[in-house]
Design a protein around this ligand. Structure first.
Ligand code: FES
Ligand SMILES: [Fe+2]
Length: 428
């Protein structure tokens, strides 16, 4: 059955039907029309600096292997053996010249070619066409500021075009020093019993939930985004288009986020590089401070500092993969402090992460019912009040609003309705 997205998402009225968060048929259509089509985040270049380095990833429910081949080129492949579909690489990360499937032993080079088959002479009589049975490549792979993305759709626009005006904000996260960033340590993984859109939507623009959901955490002073014992500062929302969203503060200084009292090493490091950052980023550095965002569909970032992918695992389950990122050139104490902040705030054991995950799980469960799923959600916050700010790209709005979420679901329904990228583009 094909779903008619127009009957489910009415962003002009701020009505979004609850069934899109729980329905199995809609979920299956999302895997095809959203995940197999969009640019999805795979890995960071700093994780695979040397030939043969690899990391595991997913696009939707498809396992993907990201590997720098022996000549230094970054490739991504469906991580599934061409013989019976076993994952050819079951490690999170490592270095390998070749990957041998643990079922019957087919072996693939780190450039994806099938290079070894047990019994090739004796049982296949040298008739197996090895050229035809290599790993299946992710059709387009590209990087932006070290972030590697991939898409299975040959018609998808370029990554730069796909990110669009979002790059203006991403530079502030990912271009803060000439040496670039590195991912610190491994990956945190955990399961939340919720639909993937609750998480992506929350990071895309939910600056409304802070004072309610996180009130206890803020009172402890644990969050670098809050004043000790008080409410978080008012946040600004930006919708740069294509379904992406950013939450930012205006005119912040370092003291607000990493206070000298609590994080002395981070404070003096950030103070020391402020001039250089301003030179790189220009006047926006003093004007706007993006601290949470989502790149459509399921890649989010937060200034704790953490990046994460909300991998869909059915209509009512996600597997979160999350990493801490830091400036490569930062001193060890600064990296340690930032890692500690991530662990305390946004990680499986993080106070704010648990606040959020509990809400998303409960929201998913309470909408499974026959009656509840037929109702619409209210997405009318700030409807019709969006402004175009001359100082920075995209639509923006001061204070809590659901403008970016409406942009997210507008893009969602366009892609769900379209049979091709060309058709989806014509909507935007
Ligand atoms: S499934 Fe990989 S060799 Fe058979
Ligand atoms: Fe939150």
């Amino acid at each position: 059955m094909t779903i008619e997205p127009a009957s489910l998402v009415d962003v002009e009225r701020g009505h979004i039907k609850r069934s899109i968060f729980v329905d199995r048929g809609i979920y299956e259509q999302e895997l095809e029309k959203i995940f197999a089509r969009c640019w999805c985040y795979l890995a960071h270049e700093s994780q695979i600096p040397n030939p043969g380095d690899f990391v595991s990833a997913y696009i939707g429910e498809d396992p993907v292997l990201v590997v720098r081949d022996s000549r230094g080129k970054i490739n991504a492949f469906l991580n599934t053996c061409r013989h019976r579909g076993m994952r050819v690489c079951r490690a999170d990360q490592g270095n390998a010249a070749a990957f041998t499937c643990t079922y019957h032993g087919w072996t693939y080079g780190n450039d994806g070619r099938l290079v070894g088959v047990p019994g090739y002479k004796e049982y296949y009589y040298e008739e197996l066409d090895m050229e035809q049975w290599g790993l299946v490549p992710v059709v387009q792979v590209d990087s932006y500021k070290g972030l590697i993305f991939g898409t299975f759709d040959p018609q998808a626009p370029s990554l730069q075009e796909y990110l669009g005006d979002m790059t203006w904000y991403l530079e502030m996260f990912f271009d803060s020093g000439p040496e670039g960033l590195e991912i610190l340590g491994g990956v945190h993984k955990w399961i939340i019993p919720c639909n993937w859109k609750f998480a992506a939507d929350n990071f895309c623009g939910d600056n409304y939930h802070f004072p309610t959901t996180h009130v206890s955490a803020f009172k402890t002073g644990i969050s670098s985004g809050s004043n000790r014992g008080g409410a978080p500062r008012r946040a600004f929302q930006i919708s740069p288009g294509n379904g992406h969203g950013i939450i930012a503060r205006l005119n912040t200084d370092i003291d607000e986020r990493w206070s000298q009292e609590r994080w002395p090493q981070v404070y003096s490091y950030l103070t020391g590089i402020a001039g250089e950052k301003e030179q790189r980023l220009g006047p926006r550095y003093k004007v706007i401070d993006p601290f949470v965002g989502t790149i459509f569909p399921n890649f989010s970032l937060i200034g704790s500092p953490s990046i994460r992918v909300w991998h869909p695992r059915g209509p009512d389950k996600i597997e979160v993969w999350s990493w801490c990122f830091v400036n490569k050139a930062a001193p060890k104490e600064v990296k340690d402090s930032m890692r500690l902040n991530v662990v305390r705030t946004f990680s499986p054991g993080g106070a704010l992460e648990q606040d959020d995950g509990e809400n998303w799980g409960e929201c998913t469960a309470s909408n499974m019912g026959t009656m509840a799923r037929e109702l619409p959600f209210n997405y009318q916050l700030g409807l019709g009040r969006e402004q175009l700010n001359e100082d920075f790209p995209g639509r923006s709005m001061d204070g809590p609003t659901e403008m970016s979420q409406r942009g997210f679901y507008r893009r969602w329904s366009q892609l769900m309705a379209a049979d091709s990228w060309r058709e989806a583009e014509s909507f935007s």
